[in-house]
Design a protein around this ligand. Structure first.
Ligand SMILES: Cc1cc2nc3c(=O)[nH]c(=O)nc-3n(C[C@H](O)[C@H](O)[C@H](O)COP(=O)(O)O)c2cc1C
Length: 365
């Protein structure tokens, strides 16, 4: 099988991408004092040279006290940090690649793998974490306004230092997702209530980012139903709720939605084959990106527990894309073990695709 449609160009706002493959954002934990490691540019550049259409970086947290989930995570709180990211963008552009910075805020979450918590005041929607245990301070209106401004500033800086787009991380149980999820958001003010009320925080962030970056700068937002450690969670139980979730984001100016699943082939709602990205596209009218075990037999959280994955056919994925279910495909672990994964798919060298071994987490190469 050949996969021509995956190698057709695609545009998000004014950004023209050479093909449909996106490198999924992956936290690597090689930063020191919030500044990414010097090898980071070469690491991303290698994937650009390997044919990835759009690289999305690991999560970089916005400038709020205790917004990070690990001491080795990049933080957008110093000029030195932006300078280091600028060099990464330059490296990727030198290989004719495109790169977007993923920006986010961990919220009231301890690190799911290590249990680590930052020092300082932790922003929380209602004063508890995703399991209902007390954590953090419920955000006042002033905290919410400052956090929205921190996202806008992070995006404006990303644009200034040469990134082609930003992806706002509103998934996996981090702060923005905690606002969207009824379990963590029990507020009765304008930031809570029904689905559109719970979507307001995300929408105001999109609006502020749009205002800070202008009409042409592509804004991607990543959403998920599942949360780390709470895989059956649903922010939206029905398509109507999902529509109420995404409509404010579209009105605020988002350009594309990235539907995070652990296995892209799982249908989102009963009675339809559509996956999460499929529903996002259908209900928002915006382009969508799918993700989750593309090209691999096992899913990514099991990889943290040491599980390897074998190569898996992408024929079913391709058929879905050709049907128009989603527009782009993000690939995570397969690109960690094999920087040339996209090139191999393009050239039909399927038998050369590598298995994923979790030892790939240990090096930034
Ligand atoms: C090591 C690692 C770090 C990750 N860090 C992030 C992150 O910073 N932001 C994010 O949105 N998703 C993160 N993810 C999830 C990936 O973006 C992706 O959705 C997931 O790995 C599924 O894709 P895959 O099955 O192709 O690996 C991470 C995944 C892995 C394996």
């Amino acid at each position: 099988m050949t996969y021509e449609a995956l190698f057709e160009p695609f545009s998000i706002n004014k950004l023209v991408l050479p093909n449909r493959f996106v490198m999924a954002p992956m936290t690597r934990l090689f930063a020191k004092d919030g500044i990414i490691a010097p090898e980071t540019g070469a690491y991303y550049r290698k994937r650009a040279e390997g044919g990835v259409g759009l690289i999305l970086t690991e999560l970089s947290v916005v400038d709020r006290e205790a917004s990070h989930g690990d001491p080795a995570m990049p933080r957008l709180n110093s000029e030195a940090s932006f300078d280091a990211w600028r060099r990464v963008a330059d490296d990727v552009h030198a290989a004719n690649g495109r790169i977007g910075l993923q920006i986010g805020h961990f919220g009231a979450n301890s690190n799911p793998i290590t249990g680590w918590l930052p020092e300082g005041r932790i922003d929380s929607v209602c004063g508890f974490d995703n399991s209902g245990s007390p954590l953090g301070e419920p955000m006042r209106d002033s905290d919410i306004a400052d956090t929205i401004a921190a996202f806008a500033n992070a995006a404006a800086q990303a644009q200034r230092i040469g990134f082609d787009t930003v992806e706002i991380h509103a998934a996996h149980g981090h702060l923005i997702d905690q606002f969207a999820w009824a379990f963590t958001n029990r507020r009765t003010d304008a930031w809570g209530g029904n689905m559109s009320g719970r979507s307001r925080f995300a929408a105001e962030i999109v609006r502020a980012v749009r205002e800070a970056t202008g009409p042409d700068f592509p804004i991607i937002m990543r959403l998920s139903q599942w949360k780390i450690g709470h895989y059956e969670a649903k922010v939206a139980a029905t398509p109507a709720e999902l529509e109420a979730w995404v409509t404010p984001l579209v009105d605020a100016g988002v350009d594309a939605l990235h539907g995070s699943q652990r296995r892209y082939w799982e249908p989102e709602f009963e009675g339809s084959d559509l996956n999460f990205a499929g529903w996002l596209k259908k209900l928002s009218g915006k382009p969508s990106i799918t993700v989750g075990s593309v090209g691999l037999s096992g899913e990514f959280m099991a990889a943290y527990a040491g599980e390897s994955s074998e190569p898996r056919s992408i024929d079913g994925l391709y058929e879905r894309m050709v049907r128009g279910e989603f527009d782009m495909v993000a690939v995570g672990r397969a690109l960690l073990s094999d920087p040339d994964w996209v090139k191999k798919v393009r050239d039909g060298r399927i038998e050369e695709l590598r298995a994923f071994d979790p030892s790939a987490f240990k090096t930034l190469s």
